[in-house]
Design a protein around this ligand. Structure first.
Ligand SMILES: Nc1ncnc2c1ncn2[C@@H]1O[C@H](COP(=O)(O)OP(=O)(O)O)[C@@H](O)[C@H]1O
Ligand SMILES: [Mg+2]
Length: 211
């Protein structure tokens, strides 16, 4: 097993499993949490991640195939996606490729939202470009909701991720993402979510200005 990533929540390894290249994602325990609550939280996020990756796939959003869910050891075994994270890919593309990629991301987020699935951690580190597809990963905080506010928060998080790592081109990227979102969700619905997104941004600024 080779270490792929060590995050705040989980350790990820690349391994071979029955002849397949896989990623093993193991949620690690947190000493500051009550041990019972800790195990419950890790187990529920593990199951939720697998279930919602499957839900997303049904909504035509590419996600890794889940091979194994082990609640006891809070471990997932999934397909390894041999690609580049959007975070790195964006910096390597010319304008028209960037437009295509961002539009596709927007369409896929629109598809998630149209099945009332909220990703919960929509950043460019949680999307992997592989061939002509964009895979979405890291569904541990995802949930179902019909609320415009929750959808607005999802898009707001994506905007923040773009602002922090691709600030020079974040405006264009967001424009293309919303273009894709609009194609899937329609003009009036997208305007509603955009309005929420702006409200959320304003609230964030207001509160961070006061603290
Ligand atoms: N199925 C996968 N195929 C390839 N790389 C992956 C896969 N899953 C995760 N990764 C890589 O590991 C990193 C961390 O995984 P992620 O599920 O986002 O966990 P974390 O909660 O630590 O962010 C990702 O940003 C990505 O680079
Ligand atoms: Mg992640």
């Amino acid at each position: 097993m080779k270490l792929l990533s060590k995050g705040a929540e989980a350790d990820l390894y690349i391994a071979e499993w029955y002849g397949r290249k896989v990623v093993i994602k193991r949620r690690i325990s947190k000493v500051y949490r009550n041990p019972c609550l800790d195990l419950r939280l890790r187990a529920s996020r593990t199951v939720r991640e697998a279930e919602n990756m499957h839900e997303a796939k049904k909504a035509s959003v590419p996600t890794p195939i889940i091979y194994l869910v082990d609640k006891e050891s809070t471990t997932l075994i999934m397909e390894y996606i041999d690609g580049l994270r959007v975070k790195e890919a964006l910096g390597m593309l010319d304008n028209s490729q960037k437009e295509k990629l961002c539009e596709q991301i927007g369409m896929k987020v629109g598809m998630l939202h149209s099945t009332s699935l909220i990703h919960g951690d929509l950043t460019t580190s949680n999307m992997i470009v592989c061939g002509d597809k964009v895979f979405f990963i890291d569904f541990g905080l995802s949930f179902h909701s019909h609320s415009d506010e929750d959808k607005g928060v999802d898009l707001h998080l994506l905007k923040r991720a773009l602002d922090s790592t691709h600030y020079k081109e974040s405006r264009d990227c967001l424009k293309y993402i919303l273009q894709g979102y609009r194609e899937v969700s329609g003009e009036s619905y997208t305007s509603k979510i955009l309005k929420k997104m702006k409200e959320i941004e304003y609230r964030g600024r207001y509160f961070s200005g006061r603290t």
